[in-house]
Design a protein around this ligand. Structure first.
Ligand code: ATR
Length: 269
């Protein structure tokens, strides 16, 4: 059997082994998928030993996505734009680095929520790795505009600068975001602290999709705030399942069906 794993630190909480085991059973792919706890200073050694033992691919999570980016011998365009790698595929001496987070988000919005991004106005909150990872896949959908806003404005300017060939990408200060958007995506870490990014509730209209990349048993503070102001809300559980499906496809060439896996995960949160 071919071996895969998710590597991170910590890793015990990861749902990826569960998701990939379900994908493998459903598509009748013979593979094993484990959790790999790497020491904080031992990412490279852990990857090398995994490959020596015949490992075919890794999902990479906190805090190793930048190291995986540096390690990859080939990068996909979306990994390069993200500046981070969440999926590695090993083939001989080649280490292909991909990033499936952004396409996971887009698939969850467009296919699962049934809301097109094309020609829509999109507000992306945050300017860390989570925000950076989704910019290119969002722009690929041809939104009317993608506005980037971050608590620390300078970081949003720096990030947008990396996409300076993209006329649809704009930057705005939190305090100056006043328009109503079709889609508002929270890519900040505020939800981890049960906080809401300080934006005007006017960004939410009756048809606005407010999407939090975080997920949990209960709606996040951002989702509660958005719902209170009339928005349709969605958390990041679907993004988690869809990024996994895209990694699975990269490794195995088969697209798993995601809706049952999503429903089962939701039930067990
Ligand atoms: P990640 O890789 O998860 O994006 P990060 O690089 O640490 O993590 O970035 C965290 C993001 O969440 C940043 O955009 C941060 O804003 P600052 O650049 O101003 O620090 C944002 N963030 C974290 N806590 C926040 C809060 N309480 N309100 C608003 N933004 C917050």
């Amino acid at each position: 059997v071919d071996h895969y794993a998710v590597i991170g630190n910590p890793i015990a909480h990861s749902k990826s082994p569960d998701i990939h085991a379900r994908f493998a059973a459903q598509t009748q792919q013979d593979l094993q998928y484990d959790r790999l706890l790497a020491p904080l200073d031992g990412f490279l050694a852990s990857v090398q030993s995994f490959i020596r033992n015949g490992g075919k691919g890794l999902n990479v999570t906190v805090p190793f996505k930048l190291e995986a980016y540096a390690l990859a011998t080939t990068l996909t365009e979306r990994a390069r734009a993200a500046g981070a790698v969440n999926t590695l595929k090993f083939d001989g001496t080649e280490m292909l680095g991909d990033n499936t987070d952004g396409i996971g988000l887009v698939t969850d919005i467009v296919r699962n929520a049934g809301i097109a991004v094309a020609n829509k106005s999109v507000l992306l909150l945050g300017a860390g790795g989570a925000a950076r990872g989704v910019i290119l896949p969002l722009l690929s959908e041809q939104p009317a505009r993608l506005v980037l806003a971050n608590r620390t404005h300078a970081k949003a300017l720096d990030l947008a600068h990396r996409f300076s060939n993209q006329p649809r990408l704009k930057v705005c200060e939190f305090a100056e975001v006043e328009d109503t958007f079709d889609i508002v995506i929270n890519a900040t870490a505020a939800s981890l602290a049960s906080e809401v990014p300080p934006i005007s509730p006017r960004v939410f209209g009756a048809h606005t999709l407010a999407y939090d990349m975080m997920y949990g048993k209960e709606p996040t503070a951002f989702m509660r705030f958005a719902k209170q102001h009339g928005a349709i809300v969605r958390d990041g559980l679907g993004m988690l399942v869809e990024q996994a499906a895209e990694s699975f496809y990269l490794w195995r060439g088969v697209r798993p069906e995601t809706s049952d896996v999503f429903a089962e995960l939701r039930e067990r949160l």
